[in-house]
Design a protein around this ligand. Structure first.
Ligand SMILES: [Zn+2]
Length: 95
């Protein structure tokens, strides 16, 4: 058994295509290894920060309105740790 990071990463923003992260895991969470970037605890925090940032933007700039609504709709039901800074939602379990 290796300790390769078990997270799947997207190749680009808004992409559904994903591949397993090639980095070495440095933290063990729920029996799975994750590299520093994909540590679920850290990503959850970042994901929440990211959504909060966009909510703030929406308050300030109404032309962002539709984008934010779309994002919130898109992220509905998606665990925040699956949301990355590039708005990539990993749906590796599907299909
Ligand atoms: Zn990783």
């Amino acid at each position: 058994m290796t300790n390769q990071c078990s997270e799947y990463v997207c190749r680009g923003a808004w992409s559904f295509r994903s591949q397993q992260c090639s980095r070495k895991g440095s933290v063990l969470r729920d029996g799975k290894w994750y590299c520093k970037t994909h540590d679920p605890v850290e990503r959850k925090r970042k994901g929440e920060e990211e959504l909060q940032k966009h909510r703030e933007k929406y308050d300030k700039r109404h032309r962002q309105h539709e984008r934010v609504i779309a994002m919130e709709k898109y992220f509905k039901g998606v665990p925040t740790e699956k949301i990355t800074g590039t708005y990539c939602v990993v749906k590796s379990e599907e299909k």
